[in-house]
Design a protein around this ligand. Structure first.
Ligand SMILES: [Zn+2]
Length: 478
């Protein structure tokens, strides 16, 4: 077997990958078990569709020419799926999402609040929907579910739509009292469709388009929005600097208006938990994205993430989703949203790669739409429950003398953080999610004396603890 990239084969690849010829692509499967294959060895720019870690296979999107090239070079490769034109009209285009959100807002005004968090490059609104009773919002823990960083992953929008519809329809339903409790006590946010421009391309010219619509008069190349966040941007080989690559990270960190909108929104809302829905591969992916990097609170990230993954059943009905960091179960990524969110606001942030490779990006609607969205419910319901009643400490941070709110930080004493920003209070309200165990929680705020609180929590202990800060009078008593 030879892995040498010839000049000729590289030229064939580049011409076949250009956006000017969107049709006639295939998803091809490489078998890792048959060859000791390294991603980096594959010629040219790779568009990864998905991966089956247990099965040892990697699916990539490319032209027929690229498939033939791999065959000629001796790779164990087979064609999985030919690209067909058109999509099932029942999947939702950007205008349908807007209509749905407006309808929910009109029908459930007491619990649905819509915010435009920004605009896409082509000036389509990026909407966020808050499902919560409007009272006392400063003291409500926040959670985010977002769909469609990648344009072709159209099932993700079905899941985010289902979350919204399921919640509003079951509010005040005597048969689902827990839903009423969630909506009363939490602020549940949904960004149903993060990449509307890319999704328009999916509907109009290339149904396997992944990126946004960045381009100029000479054409559209797109930026991979899930490689454009500033944390470890373009730093560990988990993205590409080449415009025609499917993981092109953009010209600078956070160059894209969509990315900027999400960053501003996440900082404003201080999310405790986030799920970013993608497809496909049946995985739950945790931060960090770069090789050998775990978050300093990996015990917490891992326990909650793996419990989450166990609730998501695979399409075959045998087993559940696989949990791990991106570099452990997929490939290294940099500039991804979940790594940035964890690092920036200490969000427990996960990617769900839903559906199996047999379904691909655009599963048969009749067979898989309802099955998939219903199958995801156990997962997001678990995370909402974690936020409301799972192990954690929460309360207010106040100035001991004035009683005014203080936006201090809460971190785990004894843990070695790198450059992570600690979990901060917002409007004087903090919450820190934990797993069963004993912790020393350290509270700090500039100008105040730090203090430590020892807590023990079991699976259902949410400790409510207000923290009163004494001014340090210029001397840090720490
Ligand atoms: Zn994706």
């Amino acid at each position: 077997m030879k892995f040498i990239i010839t000049t000729l084969s590289f030229l064939i690849l580049v011409s076949a990958n250009s956006f000017a010829e969107p049709s006639g692509k295939v998803i091809m499967r490489l078998n890792f078990k048959k060859a000791n294959l390294m991603l980096q060895q594959l010629p040219g720019s790779i568009d990864i569709a998905g991966q089956d870690v247990k099965g040892g296979t990697l699916d990539i999107v490319g032209s027929h020419e690229y498939f033939e090239l791999l065959q000629q070079e001796g790779y164990p490769v087979e064609i999985l799926q030919e690209q067909t034109t058109g999509l099932d009209e029942r999947y939702m285009r950007p205008d349908r999402i807007l209509a749905l959100v407006k309808e929910l807002e009109a029908e459930y005004p007491s619990i649905v609040h819509v915010e435009k968090i920004g605009e896409s490059l082509q000036h389509r609104p990026i909407l966020a929907v808050r499902i919560s009773t409007g009272d006392n919002l400063s003291y409500k823990p926040t959670i985010l579910f977002n769909g469609m960083h990648h344009a072709r992953e159209i099932m993700t929008t079905e899941v985010t739509a289902d979350i919204m519809i399921y919640l509003v329809k079951n509010f005040n339903n005597p048969e689902t009292p827990w839903v009423t409790e969630w909506i009363k006590n939490l602020a549940i946010w949904v960004v149903p469709q993060f990449n509307p421009d890319g999704n328009e391309i999916v509907w109009t010219s290339d149904n396997w388009w992944r990126k946004n619509a960045r381009g100029d008069d000479s054409g559209t190349w797109g930026v991979d929005l899930n490689r454009n966040y500033p944390y470890e941007w373009a730093s560990c080989g988990g993205s590409s600097g080449s415009k025609d690559n499917q993981t092109y990270h953009g010209s600078t960190a956070a160059s894209e208006p969509e990315t900027q909108a999400m960053m501003k929104f996440v900082k404003e809302q201080n999310f405790a938990i986030d799920v970013s829905y993608h497809s496909y591969s049946e995985l739950v992916i945790a931060p960090y994205g770069c090789q050998n990097h775990y978050t300093p609170e990996n015990a917490i990230v891992q326990k909650i993430g793996s419990d989450f993954s166990k609730l998501l059943k695979t399409d075959s009905g045998k087993g559940n989703y696989t949990y791990g960091t991106g570099w452990e179960i997929l490939y290294p990524v940099d500039g991804d949203d979940i790594s940035w969110m964890y690092n920036e606001v200490n969000t427990l942030a996960y990617v769900v790669e839903m559906n199996s490779s047999a379904q691909g990006f655009q599963p048969n609607y009749d067979k898989w739409r309802n099955k998939t969205v219903e199958g995801q419910r156990a997962g997001w319901e678990f995370l909402i429950n974690q936020l409301l009643t799972g192990p954690q400490a929460r309360g207010r941070m106040l100035d001991a003398k004035t009683g005014l709110p203080v936006n201090g930080s809460v971190s785990l004493d004894g843990i070695k953080y790198r450059d992570e920003k600690p979990r901060m209070a917002k409007n004087g309200f903090y919450n820190k999610l934990l797993i069963p165990g004993t912790y020393d929680l350290k509270f700090s705020a500039p100008g105040y004396r730090s203090q430590t609180l020892s807590v023990s929590v079991d699976a259902h202990t949410a400790i409510n603890q207000d923290v009163f800060f004494e001014q340090s009078l210029g001397i840090d008593a720490e």
